[in-house]
Design a binder for this molecule. Structure first.
Ligand SMILES: [Fe+2]
Length: 191
């Protein structure tokens, strides 16, 4: 289930908001300049659909967004729980970092969590099938795919070569709940 949880960045044990309503998620993220959209496929996709079929099924939305934001490099990333490099993959983006360009992901299937550090808050977005999330360039954030990662995502870039993580050195990621698929809503105290 798609879920947005908002935390204070200095009191991460305090949950300021928690919603799985996609309209609310769109509004709450939009208010801080983050694009969240719900996409639907133009055709029914088989579970084992290849990259070409996936990109074709969402071609209309991909074109609309690319035309609007200038994304001209698009690929499909997939990871399964038995991936031998899953620990290293997870670790790679688990600390707070920024990019010089937007980090744009559309979830074809599976789930993972983005954590966006904006102002004095952290927006934890558990993305699932149908979710398009764009982390704006320069926004401190991190990404957790869980210990048994399972998702397929379309990635949209202006330039994949320029998509490099710049780590902030902050340890804030260690203070927020990790992501585990099947545990979308972490147990935290309500404000
Ligand atoms: Fe990132």
């Amino acid at each position: 289930m798609t879920q947005l949880s908002i935390y204070s960045d200095v009191h991460p044990d305090v949950n300021l908001a928690d919603t799985s309503n996609r309209d609310e998620i769109t509004a709450l993220l939009g208010a801080v300049g983050v694009r969240y959209e719900l996409w639907s496929a133009d055709v029914e996709l088989q579970r084992d659909a290849g990259d070409e079929k996936i990109l074709s099924a969402y071609g209309r939305e991909i074109k609309r967004l690319s035309d609007e934001a200038g994304y001209n490099s698009i690929d499909v990333f997939r990871i399964a729980p038995d991936n031998p490099n899953r620990v290293a993959f997870r670790q790679k983006f688990l600390a707070e970092h920024t990019h010089d360009e937007d980090e744009v992901r559309f979830f074809v299937e599976g789930s993972a969590a983005f954590y966006l550090h904006i102002g004095d808050k952290v927006y934890r977005v558990v993305c699932t099938r149908g979710d398009l999330l764009s982390v704006p360039a320069g926004t401190p954030h991190w990404f957790d795919m869980g210990s048994e990662p399972s998702f397929t995502a379309i990635r949209l870039f202006v330039s994949p070569e320029g998509w490099v993580a710049k780590f902030t050195g902050s340890a804030i990621a260690e203070t927020l709940p990790l992501f585990e698929s099947g545990a979308a809503s972490p147990a935290v105290a309500q404000a």
